[in-house]
Design a protein around this ligand. Structure first.
Ligand SMILES: Nc1nc2c(c(=O)[nH]1)N[C@H]1C(S)=C(S)[C@@H](COP(=O)(O)O)O[C@H]1N2
Ligand SMILES: [Mo]
Length: 314
């Protein structure tokens, strides 16, 4: 079977390569026992490819710029669990993602734990092209694969008192050397209001560039919240808790005056130490103007009606 759909970041060769050959090559390249098992299993499950990748693209999400090639976005990452340099890729090899379960707890009908593979089967996957704007004023555009966070919220059946959703990254000092730095408030925590979490843009990500997430992107499951500064898009999630109180986030714990709970992108509100008016695009290094809500105002501005007294843009 030929992969017919054109994907801008793909090597042209792949477009013309029978999938079986492509899979064999990936297995050879990756030491990828999982991929081999997946391709053996696929016929029994009636699937055409190895697992759910690549997933069909949701064409509702379009970009005003080119997709950032993976050689840039995959080699310039923030993942403090593995160090504070942007080149965390080698260190992130130590991240063990199989098996991986996500705990759902707090104010829900019944707490439960679910394996990532089962979660993917239940939720289904789609691909979306999203922009990403780091608070440090660099940006990228990537094809995430995942499912709306709203689907996970529906599975969790939140109780009437639940107002916020809190996300937590793994805690494992032996595996993640960055977590031995005691002055950071580990584990990494992030949070959203329930209204934000059920907005269609809030996306649980399990893959990128048409394949499962490479470790440095926050494997095996992370968030993508394209209207907020990048630090809200928490990586390698192990727990999702429904709460009545606003979660105390990692960056708030570290420096609340610079990194708040809301952190919505706004070019008119500078960071205390630098301007947010423009951003450097990874790959081209071009400087482009930053847009309010990172260009997603139409979908999300309504979430903040009545909240004007909050520090919405820090
Ligand atoms: N657990 C965890 N999640 C995290 C971070 C981190 O250090 N640890 N960094 C955040 C920041 S600041 C950004 S910009 C994005 C970067 O995602 P990327 O490396 O996939 O581009 O991840 C966010 N999620
Ligand atoms: Mo960031």
């Amino acid at each position: 079977m030929l992969i017919k759909r054109s994907r801008g970041w793909d090597i042209p060769e792949r477009l013309a390569t029978p999938e079986s050959v492509f899979l064999d090559r990936r297995a050879l390249l990756g030491g990828a026992a999982g991929l081999v098992a997946g391709s053996l299993l696929a016929p029994r499950l009636g699937l055409a490819a190895a697992g759910p990748y690549p997933a069909p693209r949701n064409e509702a999400y379009t970009l005003d710029r080119a997709v950032t090639p993976e050689r840039y976005s995959g080699d310039y990452n923030n993942f403090y669990e593995f160090g504070t340099a942007k080149t965390v890729l080698p260190a992130a090899n130590a991240l063990k993602t199989d098996p991986w379960t996500v705990k759902i707890d707090g104010l829900v009908e019944k707490p439960f734990e679910i394996g990532v593979d089962e979660l993917i089967r239940k939720a289904g996957l789609e691909e979306r092209l999203y922009r990403h704007r780091c608070v440090e004023a660099w940006s990228m555009a990537v094809p995430w694969t995942g499912f709306p966070l709203a689907k996970l919220v529906a599975m969790a059946k939140p109780a009437s008192g639940a107002k916020y959703v809190q996300f937590q990254t793994f805690l494992d000092k032996a595996m993640a050397p960055g977590q031995r730095a005691f002055f950071y408030p580990w584990p990494y925590i992030e949070g959203l209001t329930l209204a934000e979490a059920t907005n269609d843009l809030a996306f649980m990500v399990t893959g990128v560039y048409g394949k499962p997430l490479p470790n440095q992107f926050g494997a095996p499951i992370r968030l993508a919240l394209p209207w907020k500064y990048g630090f809200k898009s928490i990586k390698s999630i192990v727990k999702v808790s429904f709460t009545a109180e606003r979660p105390k986030t990692f960056w708030e714990g570290l420096q609340a005056s610079e990194y708040g709970f809301w952190a919505n992108v706004n070019p008119a509100v500078p960071h205390p130490r630098w301007s947010q008016a423009s951003e450097r695009v990874l790959g081209t290094n071009e400087r482009v103007p930053t847009l309010i809500y990172n260009g997603y105002g139409e979908q999300v501005a309504g979430l903040y009606k009545g909240l004007e007294k909050e520090r919405l843009f820090v």
